[in-house]
Design a protein around this ligand. Structure first.
Ligand SMILES: Cc1cc2nc3c(=O)[nH]c(=O)nc-3n(C[C@H](O)[C@H](O)[C@H](O)COP(=O)(O)OP(=O)(O)OC[C@H]3O[C@@H](n4cnc5c(N)ncnc54)[C@H](O)[C@@H]3O)c2cc1C
Length: 525
């Protein structure tokens, strides 16, 4: 058993936990973050990719609209490399009530969300694929954000302030004595060892799993309701900017350009278990129909991947239990000293990735108050350092880098222009990673072939570099392909069927991946 000591343990390595870790470390606390898997593998790795301008909420949720507007500006300043300043449009398509646009503009004015109406001709000039029948168009400051880059940036900043991060360390128990939290127990899955972290405070940032964490403390679960949404990635940037329907928030009303693809989403259905999120065929069809309303011919484009995530919504007594679509998107901090008589434990839920920094500020403020400390939050003003510069992301950056100084570096993943050097550099930093862990940082296998051509190259290079033996490489390869398959089968139609048949022939037919020597135990993490 390993013993560690900290002032505060942050549970959950999604956007919220990453923001909390950074904030706590910057205020001088000895902070340790634990996650049961890799960073940003929960909801934060399964979201839509939109850095909200606030426009979506100007009518339905004015408080959230204002928060999004100000956080959008802050994050664009402090985390530019994680954000592509695409801009956004709200458009009314035929059948949408054009008068909603007036409520939208009035709401934007009242909530401080920058919005201005532009002509139809100008909207169509900017977005040539847009439905030519649109009746109104309003421009906003929506942007595209990479959740993984956002989280890694915040965590690296926290580490520079002395914070520690323990991934693949699920929390198994929280000790409480004399009415106060004393320690967090977790299991180091890779080292197969128990770890006990003595601490003064625990901040529960486990998103849709937050209720399970309070149960580990022996308390009733906090009322977090997992609101499942599905998204579908199409193989091109069908739009240059974020395109939203100019209607009251509904299903499938946003199309976001994310790196080399565009993502249509989403749905909102109450689930009971955030570990089991289906991608029903009916909802995929609903998304394709919704895309067609915005972009005629959308269905003819190739869908490359589908996924589902669970919003960590706080139970909202204003709406029915199952009505997650209309539950508030606002953030909420649960004080367990008031609710359960346990000191040193706070839970946070609700909110959005766009407001992750503000959520962190709120919960760390609440912790400081309970500890009787006066320590100011500085996360809004201090820029986060990124290895590759400080300018906003642009989709052509990998091509530009390649033409600049990487022409001799062998390409491993053509779809995403990921080179051998990029892969081996990260593998050296994170030798215990799975190919999926590396994918989240490098975008390995995320393009149209979904790993068909690059996964075996990556596995082979890992062996050549002596990072893994042949058996583990095969296990990693199989795990990667199995995980890709989860998001492939729901969208098997058109060209993607041909691609999948080809990939299957490469792996099952030629490489016979089913019968290659693998480790005694299947690789699961
Ligand atoms: C479909 C969908 C689309 C969305 N789109 C957008 C969008 O476009 N823009 C936007 O701003 N927001 C969006 N959101 C909301 C946003 O994604 C979430 O609010 C945000 O990612 C939540 O982050 P989190 O850190 O609170 O939770 P998570 O990212 O889920 O993090 C919780 C972490 O806790 C860990 N954990 C769980 N149990 C344990 C345990 N026992 N021990 C240790 N760790 C544990 C998990 O592994 C996980 O990493 C969307 C949400 C959904 C579902």
């Amino acid at each position: 058993m390993r013993k560690l000591v900290a002032d505060v343990v942050v549970i959950g390595g999604g956007s919220t936990g990453a923001g909390v870790l950074r904030d706590a470390a910057m205020r001088g606390y000895r902070a340790i973050l634990v996650d049961r898997s890799d960073l940003a593998q929960g909801t934060t790795g399964r979201f839509h990719g939109l850095l909200h301008s606030g426009g979506r909420y100007v009518v339905s949720d004015p408080g959230s609209a204002s928060e999004c507007a100000s956080e959008n500006a802050i994050l664009s300043r402090i985390q530019a490399p994680a954000i592509e300043r695409t801009g956004g449009l709200f458009v009314a398509v035929p059948g949408d009530d054009p008068a909603y646009g007036d409520r939208f503009l009035a709401g934007a004015l009242a909530t401080g969300v920058a919005a201005s109406e532009i002509s139809i001709a100008e909207a169509l000039r900017r977005e040539p694929r847009l439905n030519p029948g649109i009746t109104r168009a309003i421009e906003v400051a929506d942007a595209s954000v990479d959740g993984w880059q956002l989280v890694w940036g915040a965590v690296n900043s926290a580490k520079a302030y002395g914070a520690q991060v323990l991934t693949y360390h699920p929390v198994t128990k929280i000790d409480v004595a004399d009415g106060s939290v004393r320690a967090v127990h977790c299991h180091d899955q890779r080292g197969d060892e128990e770890v006990v972290i003595e601490c003064r405070f625990v901040l529960n940032c486990a998103g849709p799993w937050a209720g399970r964490i309070t149960e580990l403390t022996g308390l009733p679960p906090v009322p977090v309701v997992p609101g499942r949404g599905i998204m579908v990635a199409m193989n091109h940037r069908l739009v240059n900017s974020v395109v939203n329907r100019l209607i009251y928030p509904a299903d499938g009303d946003i199309l976001v350009p994310v790196h080399t693809v565009s993502v249509i989403g989403t749905t909102d259905v109450k689930e009971t278990d955030p570990d089991f999120l289906p991608i029903p065929a009916k909802e995929v069809q609903q998304m394709l129909d919704a895309g067609e309303a915005l972009i005629p011919g959308f269905r003819k484009a190739r869908a490359v991947h589908a996924w589902a995530g669970a919003r960590p919504l706080m139970k909202d007594d204003r709406v029915a239990d199952a009505d997650t679509r209309h539950m508030s998107r606002g953030m909420a901090v649960v004080d367990h000293s008031g609710r359960d008589g346990v000191h040193g434990l706070l839970t946070i839920g609700g909110g959005k990735l766009t407001t992750y920094r503000l959520m962190a500020q709120h919960i760390v403020d609440a912790m400081c108050e309970q500890l009787g400390d006066e320590r100011e939050c500085r996360t809004a003003s201090e820029e986060i350092a990124y290895e590759h510069g400080s300018t906003h992301y642009v989709v052509t950056h990998r091509l530009a880098d390649r033409e600049h100084d990487r022409l001799d570096d062998q390409i491993v993943c053509e779809c995403e222009l990921m080179s051998r050097g990029m892969f081996t550099d990260l593998l050296k930093q994170r030798p215990e990673s799975t190919l999926d862990d590396l994918r989240r940082q490098l975008r390995l296998g995320m393009g149209p072939c979904q790993g068909g051509f690059c996964t075996m190259r990556a596995a082979g290079i890992a062996v050549e570099e002596d990072a893994v033996d042949v058996e583990r490489a095969t296990g990693l390869l199989r795990l990667f392909l199995a995980n890709r398959w989860i998001g492939l089968w729901p969208i098997l139609y058109g060209d993607q069927v041909r691609q999948t048949a080809l990939d299957n022939w490469i792996y099952a037919g030629t490489l016979d991946v089913e019968h290659l020597p693998v480790p005694a135990e299947e690789v699961v993490r």
